[in-house]
Design a protein around this ligand. Structure first.
Ligand code: SF4
Length: 211
């Protein structure tokens, strides 16, 4: 138990990088959290309501954050292609530049990357296990990537240039999912524990797209 406490206390210290008073480079910590999430979210989760759920804010607060990010030209709203009455939030090139240059978590990301690949994988898996445990206990809204989601299904192989985009289907949204999209965050994610077949298929598809 002392070891577990020591590890958690170190995590709390690390969290000072992303929870802070005032602002950094013109944005408060929750605005950074929103911009970071929208920069990594898939097309189903870049909505005001998914954003509110992810950052643990009311719709009104999330809407105010969206307005702030729009006023700085980091974000634009566009009508959803699936449902014209809904809007999808897009991070602009300026927003992406701001994230890559000034996101307060960048220092932590660099420090973790310096641990090396194997240690990064161990750390990621350990933190995921901890979060899974917390989610089960508190039934919090989760967000993760398609790769681990029970709704991801294989699709018949496509042809030529569009091959990677025809690999997968989301059975929840009944929509095709490209290989690149399987790495994006989704707030409709539902965990599944035993997906060896999809895991292997994703690895093969990823290697094919790289080589
Ligand atoms: S497969 Fe799961 S994580 Fe991916 S888009 Fe569908 S619901 Fe979201």
């Amino acid at each position: 138990m002392p070891l577990a406490r020591e590890a958690v206390e170190l995590l709390v210290q690390a969290a000072r990088a992303w929870y802070f008073e005032g602002n950094q480079h013109g944005l408060r910590d929750r605005e950074w959290m929103a911009l970071r999430f929208l920069g990594r979210a898939n097309r189903f989760s870049r909505t005001p309501s998914a954003l509110a759920g992810f950052i643990g804010a009311t719709r009104a607060t999330a809407s105010q954050i969206v307005k702030t990010l729009e006023s700085k030209s980091f974000l634009v709203r566009k009508p959803s292609q699936e449902d014209k009455r809904s809007v999808v939030l897009h991070v602009t090139a300026q927003g992406e530049k701001c994230l890559s240059q000034h996101d307060p978590i960048n220092h932590v990301v660099n420090a973790v990357a310096a641990l090396g690949n194997d240690e990064c994988v161990r750390l990621r898996d350990s933190l995921r296990d901890v979060l899974n445990h917390l989610d089960a206990a508190h039934q919090r809204l989760d967000a993760s990537v398609c790769r681990d989601c029970m709704f991801l299904a294989e699709r018949g192989p496509g042809t030529g240039k569009g091959r990677a985009s025809a690999e997968f289907m989301c059975r929840l949204y009944r929509a095709p999912i490209s290989l690149e999209e399987t790495e994006l965050l989704c707030t409709s994610f539902e965990r599944t524990r035993d997906r060896p077949k999809i895991e292997e298929h994703l690895d093969r598809a990823r290697m094919a797209s790289q080589g």
